[in-house]
Each structure stands twice: as structure tokens, then as C-alpha cells.
Design a protein around this ligand. Structure first.
Ligand code: SAH
Length: 207
């Protein structure tokens, strides 16, 4: 599939946010996958990136960023850096005044993501090695938090590190797949919405 066909497909599937479509168009997915999968870079499906992990389906990436209501200049925490692709698409939306901190637990993928990001000349993403279920307090609070691995429940640390008025999006285990949950932090607690079913690789915690 070509990039143009992929964009047409995700538009048809309901992605309307122009900034998101533009960011998908500008981010070369072929630079965030293994060379052997080059011909499949614009297929609308996940691809293996090694270590039993995958780069998410382009539609899922677009959908999550759209539903996160990501805007220019936002400071974002991502859990599950993987290939760095989702972070790269988000970095395009937040622009130079924005910042993405992406946590990844597998050292080889931390290196893979860093290398992919560096080669693209992207300067507003920091990939950090660690257990993302604890968040990354040093840089908190965040305007947006996005979890790109399936979690049994939303980690409390992440809720604590969200700004007032901020939004957190996470796929939470439900039945055979995950339910996409959107939390908004308000001055009277969290508002929770359920957005639909997805499938993700699991969030692995150390304790
Ligand atoms: N966003 C990625 C795809 C994520 S796949 C991309 O665009 O390519 C999910 C990733 O979450 C995997 O790389 C996995 O190693 C990582 N992961 C799982 N549990 C984690 C944890 N507790 N902390 C940080 N990363 C974790």
C-alpha cells in the first residue's frame, strides 16, 4: 500500500483531525521498522520490531493522537516507546515548543527508538529507559499522557503526574482485548470515558 492509500483509508475509518493526518503524512514509517519489512511500511497493520514487540497499526496511532486532543506546545509522556514512531508523529503535532518524553523498558528498543529519532533530525523527543508504569516524575506535570501497551489498570503514578485539565489515554484490559480509556483530570477528580475495543502488546511491570 502507498502512503496516499493509507491516508485515504484512515480518513475513511474516521480520522478527521487535520494536524494528525498531516503528521502521519510527514513521518516516514519506513524509517521506524526493520529494513526487511520495507515494502510493508504503509500497510494499515502492526509490524514486528523484535523482542516480541510491535510498531502499532497506523490507524491506532492516528486514532489515539486524535482522541488525546494533542495540541501545539504540549508536554507529553508516552509509555512504551517501541520504535519511536508514535513519539515522532506526536512530536510533529506539538511542534518545537512542545516536548515528548517516551519511556521504554527494553534497552535494545530504547537504542532503536533513539537511533530512528536522531536520524530523522527530531529534537523534541527524549527516550528514557525504565518502567513507565511509574511515570517520569522529574519532568512532570504533563499536559497529556499516552500509554501504548495494554495495562490491567491505569497506574496511579500516571494519574498523579497529569496536569489539571490534562488528558490520559490508555488501553485497559477487558475480555480478550483492551478498552481504550480516556481520563480527564478536573478540579473535582477524574472524568472517565470508554472509546472502544483495541488490541495491544502488554505493559510489563517490574513488581
Ligand atoms: N509506541 C510504540 C509501540 C509500542 S509497543 C511505537 O510507536 O512503535 C509497546 C511497547 O511498550 C514495547 O516496546 C514494550 O517493550 C513497552 N513496554 C511494555 N511495558 C512497559 C513498561 N512497563 N514501561 C515501559 N515500556 C514498556
Amino acid at each position: 500500500m502507498t502512503k496516499e492509500k493509507l491516508l485515504a483509508e484512515i480518513r475513511m475509518m474516521g480520522i478527521k483531525d487535520k494536524k494528525v493526518l498531516e503528521a502521519i503524512e510527514k513521518t516516514p514509517r519506513e524509517k521506524f521498522i526493520r529494513k526487511t519489512d520495507d515494502s510493508q511500511a504503509y500497510g494499515n497493520y502492526p509490524l514486528p520490531i523484535g523482542y516480541d514487540q510491535t510498531i502499532s497499526q497506523p490507524y491506532t496511532v492516528a486514532y489515539m493522537i486524535q482522541e488525546l486532543r494533542l495540541k501545539k506546545a504540549h508536554k507529553v509522556l508516552e509509555i512504551g516507546g517501541g520504535s519511536g514512531y508514535n513519539a515522532a508523529v506526536m512530536s510533529n503535532v506539538v511542534g518545537k515548543e512542545g516536548k515528548i518524553i517516551s519511556i521504554e523498558r527494553i534497552p535494545e528498543l530504547v537504542e532503536f527508538a533513539r537511533k530512528n529519532i536522531r536520524k530523522e533530525g527530531i529534537e523534541n523527543i527524549w527516550v528514557v529507559k525504565g518502567d513507565g508504569s511509574k511515570g517520569y516524575k522529574k519532568q512532570s506535570l504533563y499536559d497529556r499522557i499516552i500509554v501504548t501497551a495494554a495495562c490491567p489498570k491505569i497506574p496511579e503514578a500516571l494519574k498523579d503526574q497529569l496536569k489539571q485539565g490534562g488528558i490520559l489515554l490508555a488501553p485497559v484490559n477487558a475480555g480478550f482485548g483492551q478498552e481504550m480509556i480516556r481520563l480527564k483530570k478536573t478540579n473535582h477528580g477524574f472524568e472517565e470515558e470508554s472509546l472502544g475495543q483495541f488490541r495491544f502488546v502488554p505493559l510489563v511491570t517490574e513488581d
